[in-house]
Design a protein around this ligand. Structure first.
Ligand SMILES: C[S@@+](CC[C@H](N)C(=O)[O-])C[C@H]1O[C@@H](n2cnc3c(N)ncnc32)[C@H](O)[C@@H]1O
Length: 270
């Protein structure tokens, strides 16, 4: 298998994020998700003293809101197409091509706030995810803030239901349902035997199956991953909620939101 720019085997997902239609897709949305709005309003008074690293910046959806307020801002993405788009759209801010699994150009402890929004981290398998989280922690100064979102394994029954074969009133819709149900089960053959899934990779139809499988994790397991990494002050919010709750809230294990925002801090140096 060929090697990508990062030194990792090039994969289907990277090729998809380089394609012009997907670059254009992510250049369009400009609104913040509800937990991001909460985060921005809480950080607003202090962002002016914070250096921010925005990983998987895509078309710059978050740049628009955070970059003008931060002391410094660097957006990175492993898609050169996304970075070219951001440079053209936001010439006042810095952008670079970089892979979250190995942020070679990022010095240790050089940022106060590291963001990896909109589930970009879920394209990585479990080992690579740990690599990315470790890199994010390395890039943070002591006391720094790490925020990312990740697909929620509790939402998988809804995904499975979406791809259930259904007979519709017209033949075209019925054939369409047959096709996508076939593709879904062709790619996720053993999924029904893995349910309920605590953490694992699923082909969920993102980009019409032009991406590799995405990592889904139950929120309490996601919190445990962060604890193992040594992160503290962990709080979580479902993507449809504005309120973050402590990572040890027992309700998290059943949270039904499609994806979850995780915010945590790197401990201060003792
Ligand atoms: C779902 S898009 C989100 C884009 C943007 N953050 C937003 O919220 O609109 C995920 C982004 O993460 C990037 N990405 C995925 N894996 C990456 C990796 N290993 N390193 C850097 N960027 C990555 C993709 O190229 C894509 O731009």
């Amino acid at each position: 298998m060929g090697q990508g720019m990062s030194g990792f085997a090039s994969d289907l997902t990277h090729a998809t994020y380089e394609s012009p239609d997907i670059v254009a897709l992510y250049a369009r949305p400009d609104g913040l998700q509800k937990p991001e709005e909460t985060l921005l309003s809480q950080l607003r008074p202090s962002l002016g003293a914070m250096d921010m690293l925005d990983i998987g910046v895509g078309g710059g959806r978050t740049t628009r809101h955070f970059a003008p307020l931060a002391r410094s801002y660097l957006g990175v993405d492993y898609s050169a197409g996304m970075i070219a788009r951001c440079k053209a759209e936001f010439p006042a801010f810095s952008f670079a091509v970089a892979d979250a699994r190995r942020l070679a150009s990022v010095a240790d402890e050089s940022f106060d706030f590291v963001l990896f929004s909109y589930n970009g981290i879920d394209h990585l398998d479990s080992r690579e995810r740990t690599m990315a989280l470790t890199e994010m922690k390395r890039a943070l100064r002591p006391g720094g803030l790490m925020v990312f979102s990740s697909h929620n394994a509790n939402y998988l029954p809804a995904i499975i239901d979406r791809f259930r074969f259904r007979i519709h009133g017209n033949l075209r819709e019925t054939l369409r349902s047959l096709k996508w149900s076939g593709v879904f089960w062709g790619k996720n053959g053993l999924l029904q035997y893995r349910m309920p899934l605590a953490a694992g990779r699923v082909h969920d139809g993102t980009h019409s199956f032009r991406s590799s499988a995405l990592y889904y994790v139950r929120p309490d397991i996601g919190v445990a991953e962060l604890r193992r990494l040594g992160m503290i002050d962990i709080v979580c919010a479902g993507n449809e909620s504005r309120d973050f709750v402590p990572g040890d809230d027992p309700r998290l294990a059943q949270d039904p939101n499609p994806w979850i925002y995780y915010a945590s801090r790197k401990p201060e140096r003792i």
